[in-house]
Design a protein around this ligand. Structure first.
Ligand code: SF4
Ligand code: SF4
Length: 378
């Protein structure tokens, strides 16, 4: 046992999971304080959930049974809000009809069509719709429904001001005394209901708030603490399920995975399970630690190919290497060349030298959101 309480300087098993839980607790306290003071302004300015975000949510609904009901509750609450908005829209339309019936009949007809579209969307949201891919995609289309309605109202002089003026307390058109609120993310309800299955951009701490979440984390946490707080403590059965799920759902749902097993045999089983997925599976052994740079990881991804999986087993991985890996995987994802990627290190190596430059240079976004990193409990 080394002086810092680790085995051979590496963290694994309960040594790792204890450190992850401590770091997570510290992070959650910072997030609740800072995002609470900011009143979740990023989530009040639109949604980051697109095609990839919907796939992440679907995986989460299957893996975490509590996620489905939380999403359902959030949708019902938003449906109520949208129905309150509908009353406002109808009131404003009546006023516009009085003022503009003769001059702008086509615009009024269009506004009525958009109002019906809004009503249909609110009904859909309040129904017990199946949490399927198509239905979640439809949820994300609210941004367009709202933009269309605002465009329709905006064709009349004073239309937007009337919406803001008549918006009741349960509605969404006004926000912090602004004339017209930006569209709030459909998945926000006292925080993000998607939890760890939020879109990668949200998970990457892109924050332009004041106070600033990332700046506060950098002030109050060490680099290693921040990295550890990005990991999830899970039993082996859960991580096994994640690997099996990727095999069943297929390449469109593959996402990079890092799993630090509590025992070597767990790593062996994950490798066997990953071999059941479609495509070729290549196993790389990194006898020392996993130290590949972003360019080296990208090279390995290109060599492996979009439809195949590379598994790396290594003696250890540390925070800086996880950052390099995450940047490479995100770049490969954006370029549409990312296949399957699984890293199974025997332990986590606390940073012996420098933190990653993205941390020390206070970059606006930190990359680990693109990785599912599991610390497996014993
Ligand atoms: S992440 Fe940043 S912008 Fe978003 S709620 Fe927190 S402090 Fe505000
Ligand atoms: S997905 Fe979650 S974190 Fe991202 S904007 Fe929506 S509510 Fe906020």
């Amino acid at each position: 046992m080394a002086a810092d309480g680790t085995t051979n300087g590496l963290l694994r098993g309960s040594e790792l999971t204890d450190r992850v839980l401590d770091a997570t607790e510290k992070f959650v306290a910072i997030r609740d304080r800072v995002c609470g003071a900011c009143e979740y302004s990023c989530c009040h300015s639109g949604t980051m959930v697109g095609q990839h975000g919907v796939r992440r949510a679907l995986k989460g609904i299957e893996l975490k049974p509590e996620l489905g009901p939380a999403i359902r509750e959030a949708m019902r609450a938003r449906a109520e809000e949208l129905k309150a908005d509908l009353d406002t829209i109808r009131k404003v339309t009546e006023l516009l009809e009085m003022g503009f019936a003769a001059q702008m009949p086509a615009e009024l007809a269009e506004l009525k069509r958009l109002t019906a579209e809004w009503a249909g969307f609110a009904d859909f949201l309040g129904s017990d719709f199946e949490l399927s891919h198509d239905n979640l995609r439809r949820v994300t289309e609210f941004t367009a429904v709202r933009a269309n309605l605002l465009r329709g109202v905006g064709s009349f002089a004073g239309g937007h001001a009337a919406l803001a003026r008549f918006s009741g307390p349960g509605g969404s058109f006004t926000f912090r005394r602004r004339r017209l609120a930006p569209p709030r993310c459909m998945f926000h309800r006292d925080g993000c209901v998607l939890d760890r299955y939020k879109p990668i951009k949200c998970a990457n701490f892109f924050c332009n708030g004041e106070p600033n979440l990332l700046a506060e984390c950098q002030d109050e946490m060490t680099f290693d603490e921040f990295v550890l707080s990005s990991m999830y403590v899970e039993p082996f059965a859960f991580v096994r399920q994640v690997v099996e799920q990727a095999g069943v759902l297929g390449p469109d749902y593959w996402e990079p995975l890092v799993a630090v097993p509590a025992a070597r045999a767990q790593g062996d089983e994950l490798v066997s399970l990953a071999h059941l997925r479609e495509g070729r599976v290549e196993l790389r052994q990194e006898p020392a630690g996993f130290y590949l740079s972003t360019e080296e990881v990208l090279h390995a991804i290109v060599a492996t190919g979009r439809d195949n999986t590379v598994i790396c087993r290594a003696a250890s991985v540390g925070g800086p290497a996880l950052y390099e890996l995450a940047v490479a995987l995100q770049r490969a994802h954006n370029d549409g060349i990312l296949g399957g990627f699984i890293l199974i290190p025997d332990g986590f190596a606390p940073s012996a030298f420098m933190p990653h430059p993205m941390w020390t240079d206070h970059m606006m976004s930190q990359p680990l959101g693109s990785l599912d990193i599991f610390a497996i409990g014993e």
